[in-house]
Unconditional design. Structure first.
Length: 441
């Protein structure tokens, strides 16, 4: 067995739970919740450390209640969650021994990561931590001339490339802290590589060796090599040791899912915002509807993918009501239709005109998103369906052949009531799920 094949086999073993659980919560939270103009505010407004310092001095999330966050995630049907332990601004939500720029030194005086992990584990959810490879606070991270650093245009911040190793020692050290001081982690979510800041620039092979020695089970995204728009060697049949366990397309669901160069599926997860920002943005009320979230989650699963859906708590530590309302509605749908999501994958049958298929063994789940004229046409399924039930309540549906469908001999048809050839409204306009039990081959 080649090295690449061995790495793929190990990846398959590590991601088994991930491909079963399908739906997770992303949480972007930090000092940037105070200016409330998104998590990139330091870069977009080119704020100096001194400009940004008042937010450190003010940070005091008096309403932070990770138990409430965990309950909201669980009620929404999410199976795992990932919190930003450190974002690009360098501020740490954990009690790192390697910096003073951390939540325990703010008015909060708390290790917010530890509380998050304890609360989510108590709800039976798997846990992950996001860690930015970038650091706009550290004095040895490239600044002047870097494409995205807040001080990219300030020549006073020109830095000696020879000192970058000091930053790498710091970065590796903090990752070691997260993997040794906080119990079992299920996900390490790195963000992100860009330009020449990728691969061995991060001493990625050495980093991965350390991670695997400490927590060999933990799954890792592909951004030591790639980013949201560039995948890296995980897309090949000969991945590097630091290629990652899953691809991480951002704010997009790939048209054909994610596959390697030979057409084999790769574990992947679309990270998606609920509005237009990752971090809290007070003026951003462009929220996706629960219907959109439900349908896009199903789209991911129908293409062998996961969805990591983001919330951005405010400066006091509260998830916006708009987000919670959407999550509650999504959870209500999943509570009745979760069998069509968890443990499911792409179907062996092509995408139907009226919606999507997901499949688990001989259970084919028809996600009907458009009303039809007469019964729902199941193209190519004639003689292949043993029975049909409405997944939400288990009620019997009617397999039929309308008088006008004689020429469609290869197709089966199903309807929600009788007479079977009539048109009936969808029981759930967001996404009606029909469980089709297929005949055994």
């Amino acid at each position: 067995m080649s090295t690449g094949q061995q790495l793929i086999r190990e990846r398959t073993e590590r991601t088994e739970w991930f491909l079963n659980d399908r739906f997770g919560m992303f949480i972007h939270w930090g000092l940037y919740a105070i200016p409330a103009r998104g998590e990139w505010v330091r870069s977009t407004e080119q704020l100096s450390i001194e400009d940004y310092q008042p937010y450190f001095d003010e940070f005091d999330p008096v309403d932070y209640d990770p138990k409430a966050w965990a309950k909201a995630a669980k009620q929404a049907g999410m199976k795992y969650a990932v919190l930003t332990a450190k974002h690009h601004d360098g501020f740490c939500l954990f009690d790192s021994k390697l910096t003073e720029y951390k939540s325990t030194n703010t008015k909060a005086g708390r290790d917010l990561v530890r509380e998050f992990l304890e609360a989510f584990r108590a709800e039976g959810l798997k846990v992950g931590l996001y860690y930015s490879l970038l650091d706009w606070y550290h004095e040895d991270y490239p600044a002047y001339g870097d494409r995205i650093h807040p001080m990219r245009n300030n020549e006073a911040f020109k830095r000696d490339p020879a000192t970058f190793d000091r930053y790498l020692e710091y970065m590796h050290g903090q990752i070691r802290e997260l993997l040794t001081d906080y119990g079992k982690l299920d996900v390490m979510w790195f963000d992100f590589s860009y330009d020449d800041m990728r691969r061995e620039k991060w001493k990625a092979e050495e980093l991965m060796e350390m991670i695997r020695s400490l927590q060999p089970h933990v799954i890792i995204d592909n951004r030591l090599e790639g980013s949201g728009h560039q995948g890296g060697s995980i897309y090949t049949d000969n991945p590097t040791t630091y290629a990652g366990d899953f691809a991480s397309p951002e704010q997009i669901i790939p048209p054909g899912g994610v596959k390697d160069e030979n057409g084999n599926p790769i574990p992947w997860e679309a990270c998606i915002t609920l509005n237009n920002n990752w971090g809290y943005a007070a003026a951003d009320h462009t929220y996706k509807s629960a219907q959109t979230v439900i349908r896009k989650l199903v789209e991911c699963v129908s293409k062998n993918g996961n969805m990591l859906l983001n919330v951005g708590p405010d400066a006091k530590g509260v998830i916006p009501k708009e987000s919670l309302d959407i999550l509650q509605e999504v959870g209500e749908w999943i509570s009745r239709n979760g069998a069509s999501v968890y443990g499911c994958q792409a179907s062996e049958f092509p995408k139907p005109d009226w919606g999507r298929y997901t499949q688990a063994g001989n259970k084919l789940y028809a996600h009907v998103m458009e009303e039809s004229i007469g019964p729902v046409n199941l193209v190519g399924l004639a003689g292949k369906v043993k029975r049909a039930r409405l997944l939400a309540d288990g009620s019997e549906l009617f397999l039929t052949r309308p008088w006008s469908a004689e020429e469609f001999v290869a197709d089966a048809f199903v309807n929600f009531a009788r007479p079977e050839h009539f048109t009936f409204p969808l029981p759930d306009s967001r996404n009606t799920v029909i469980e089709l039990e297929l005949e055994e081959n």
